[in-house]
Design a protein around this ligand. Sequence first.
Ligand SMILES: Nc1ncnc2c1ncn2[C@@H]1O[C@H](COP(=O)(O)OP(=O)(O)OP(=O)(O)O)[C@@H](O)[C@H]1O
Ligand SMILES: [Mg+2]
Length: 605
Amino acid sequence: MLSLSNIEFSIGERILFSGVDFHINPRDRFGLVGPNGAGKTTFLRIIIGEVLPTRGNVLRTNDLNIGYLPQEEIVLKGGTLIDEVLKDYHKQLERLTKLQTELSKKSNNRQIIRAYESEEERFLRMGGYDYEAEAYKVIAGLGFVKEDYEKKVDEFSSGWQMRIVLARILLNRPELLLLDEPTNHLDIESILWLENYLLNFKGAMVVVSHDRYFLDKILQVKTGATGILEVNQGRFRKYRTNYTGYLRESQIRKERLQHQAKVQERRIKQIKEFIMRNRANKSKAKIVKSREKYLEKLKPVEVEKEHKQIKVRFPLAGIYSKRIVQLAGVSKYYGSKKIFENLNLTVEKGERIALLGKNGAGKSTLCRIIAGYEPPDSGVRWSSEKLRIGTFLHEILLKMNPEDTVIETVSKRAVQEIDQNIRKFLGLFLFSGDDIYKKVKVLSGGEKTRLVILLTMIEPSNLLILDEPTYHLDKSSTDAIKQAISSYGGTIILVSHNRDLIVPFATRIIELRDGRLFNYPGDFFYYLQKRKDTSSYKGERRKKKKTISPMDVLKDKIINLETRRNRLRELFSRPGFIQNPRKAKKLFEEYQRLSREIEKLEESS
Ligand SMILES: Nc1ncnc2c1ncn2[C@@H]1O[C@H](COP(=O)(O)OP(=O)(O)OP(=O)(O)O)[C@@H](O)[C@H]1O
Ligand SMILES: [Mg+2]
């Protein structure tokens, strides 16, 4: 179906990878993993032909239908959500109708008959007339609600636009599915839905992800070859196992190589000593010669270099006042759509606040208003005079000039910094050598995030506003951010879906829900408990009523199920939860069952 042989890809002097052979057959499944900047996205772009390799061949079967979800830069314009999702279906129908009309005029034309047959086959492969019904299921699975259907696609945030593209790709049932970090923009429920969808997917797939549970789940299906393809320091290596197995096997492999390298080093030292000792000894001249030859021919055991970790430290600026930012009666609308209304918030020195809320609830907008980057439509924002804000906001990612180089981007922000310092800074963020002259537009997803984090580190601050700061980052960089957050002495407001980050961090949770801001003055577990209590409180009140209607019974049932579901959510967020995959799987399945049941009950209530 697709065959890559002896592929090399280099950029200027730098060889990203070389000697890569990769074949994929219908129904094979591979997870593609490796550190940021290793070349995962580039590899997918070579497969689809968007980028040409510098050496080697790519062979695809004729008309291979590939569905490719890029990692970033999805910009949709034009019609409504439904128009966009049904676009390919309508186009296909149109093609068929046109050919039908032509056929009715020239019924014996072989070329038209062939064209008609091939288009009809394609139509059937897409699901034929079931396509429309399937489309509604898919968009519901990806978290869209009825009110979204007629909304224009450009009104959706980039995360939701990515979901629209994903829906379209899945509905076309491609023979080869290429997904680049699909879980980055999804919340837990949609991730679970996508996992299940992919379990039943009939084609071949290559999926870039660092989500261990997600990869393990989709690699359960063994209809063809399955495994992990790792790209690291220019080499591709295949592991015929799932992600958990890969982590184990690659660790064992690394330790084995390190051991072999040590043994080899010892052996070389012994031989060299022997040669030195006996060089003048004529009777041993032959042995000395042969040992010298042996050394010349010896292939050193290659141990991969340890991957360097970025060094993150957010510098602190002093501030004395207790209250540092305050919002009073703040409202925000986009057009006629209310985002939030009459919102109050006081941020005090030293607080570590996690801002939660569903996708699209307005978290990023609220961050911008707190930062003072965007005025509210009504209400006031007050801030302490000494307030110095450091932000990681997605606008910064979007607003960076794609034509600037890395060093220009940083220099623009740090006028007073001398060049030497900037280079040192950049080095800490693994931009070294020629990397600093790379243009922003060629940086990988993770490299761009690294650059924005770096900008946050230039100026001292006493309030950090971080909106999904681990976006696209590999595990090693995510760990570095986690560490920096925990050692920062100032105040932090953090938006993240990564519970690993929130749980050890937050001393207060605020949640945007239905246009209002809810305050939970405690850690993440306190928040979960309180959320649960709110549900049972409603239950209590209901019990006190004199007559209990069937509707009340139904609602109580929903509350009970929700309580159990919240308990499961809490379990998911515990460190070490995923270490027992069997148990995790069982609980995830129970979670899904509960969600379905709740949904059904809610429909009938
Ligand atoms: N035209 C170019 N000029 C210079 N460097 C480039 C160019 N195109 C890509 N690169 C570099 O090639 C490397 C590989 O990029 P790629 O996007 O494939 O990485 P990735 O593995 O997908 O990373 P991530 O996990 O961050 O998404 C990066 O270091 C990137 O900066
Ligand atoms: Mg990438």
